[in-house]
Design a protein around this ligand. Sequence first.
Ligand SMILES: Cc1cc2nc3c(=O)[nH]c(=O)nc-3n(C[C@H](O)[C@H](O)[C@H](O)COP(=O)(O)OP(=O)(O)OC[C@H]3O[C@@H](n4cnc5c(N)ncnc54)[C@H](O)[C@@H]3O)c2cc1C
Length: 508
Amino acid sequence: MEILSIDKKILDELRSIVGEENVKTEIHHRALRAATPTPFPLHKWEQHVPDVVVLPGSSDEVSEVVKIANKYKVPIVPRAGGTGLNDGAVPLKRGILLDIKRMNRILEVDEENMTITVETGINNQELSRTLKQYFDLWWPFDPASFPVSIIGGNIGTNAWSLISGISGHIKDLVLSMEVVLPTGKIIEVGEGGGKKIRKSSTGYRVKELFLGHQGTLGIVTKATLEVFPRPEVEFPAFFGYQSFTEAWKSLGKISRSFLRTLASTVLFDEEKVEFLRRDDEAYIPLPSNIKSVIATAFYGTKEEVEAASNVLFRIIKEGGGIYLGEQLSEGDWASRHDRYHLALHGRDKEGYVMPSTWHCEDAAIVYSELPYVREKWHNLVKTYREKYGIFDDGGMFMYNNNPFKPWGDYLTEIDIFIAEMELDDEKWNAWVELKRKISEVTLEHGGSITACHGATRPGDAELIPIELKNGTYELMKSLKRILDPNNIMNPGKFGLDIAYLEEGSGLR
Ligand SMILES: Cc1cc2nc3c(=O)[nH]c(=O)nc-3n(C[C@H](O)[C@H](O)[C@H](O)COP(=O)(O)OP(=O)(O)OC[C@H]3O[C@@H](n4cnc5c(N)ncnc54)[C@H](O)[C@@H]3O)c2cc1C
């Protein structure tokens, strides 16, 4: 493996900005930050190892590092927790990897106006713990990666929350941000000019541009976020059904019931229940006639949640569901942040354990299309499993996706296990083809190919121009060229390199 391809002069300039100890050139620091926990072409690992890792300590340092990247036209990739389930934080073109983790301070807690201002290197669990311990406040953002993901990465991906029915997603909780643009200029974006304003009509909605940009338009260094009062009660309740269809019909009724304390609904399809029975160490046995499950969770005052649970149990009963009991409901909901930390695996065609990497599809699909998409996705995985023997189907989850209104569209996940150690060029290409076909089904059914992780990897990225047809992708290319004239910010993502090859692209 090449030891280092970056000029010593650049390294010296970086050291003069962030200090000797915060410029890492040793191979372990760099190799560790080459991948994310998503299917990765292991046989090509060395192509993605950054040349240098830089850990700045302030917005000004970030700005100076970006200016150096611009001066020498070296790629620069921001990285937070590195938990992204696509390759957003993978330095596809190597260069400087800017790790934001040292910038992890809480700068202000405003209890009167219910806001906090933080540096974006802070971890969700740490933030939540501090707010609870010292201020009795609630940070109501709840991705399954809560203990390991970081605010900067959540903003970079436009991340999704399990309890969006009551508190929305990260986009609904970010009020304003400080952003270092690809030129090194520092700007503030928000609702109008006020840092703590929730709704403004002054000017364009520029803030939205920096939610989900995957570090292609700059580096977010500070954020002012909305916090909530702590809810009096949390009430999880899980229900079993005899078929997916029965559960799906019941899900529609629960979602449209207008219960304002309903934060989360999750449907486990038949393949998911089978997979959990077979391979989840934390699985609590269910009667064998249970084929599909709906999980719900409520937050609010005791009176509100009690009243809502009465309505819920009536809807469930009418839909043929049975309550799975307190132990399973509370235990399973409590483990929502640590399930994926189990050593996950699939099975090969003979049923032997297959050390695996995990793909988590995250399309947004409207309710009415879920059964059709489900059938097509499982069939696709079956075909590729039979042909290549390295894929396994871990079943599907469907989660409410609409912020504050748990009806309409669903984050639709199929979990696929892939024998990563067996990947070579042929099998990697087969994986990319399968991934693309899954996303094509999403588009055929009027969905969006990603509800939370972002579309940066092969099998997704080439479909962005198809999903964002009728001018949107053209506008994206123009914006990228204007904001990042030298294409230094996370190059190779969203297929945007093409913007630099097309003269006057999209500007006419
Ligand atoms: C077990 C598990 C469960 C998960 N559950 C969820 C879930 O429920 N919801 C969900 O949305 N995702 C989930 N994910 C995916 C992942 O945790 C999220 O995408 C998360 O938002 C990524 O945060 P991170 O700190 O790891 O960012 P990284 O992976 O480090 O970065 C993500 C992207 O943001 C960019 N970026 C990082 N920092 C900055 C910055 N300061 N400014 C600009 N861009 C930046 C990076 O370049 C990259 O493109 C899960 C992942 C795992 C492993």
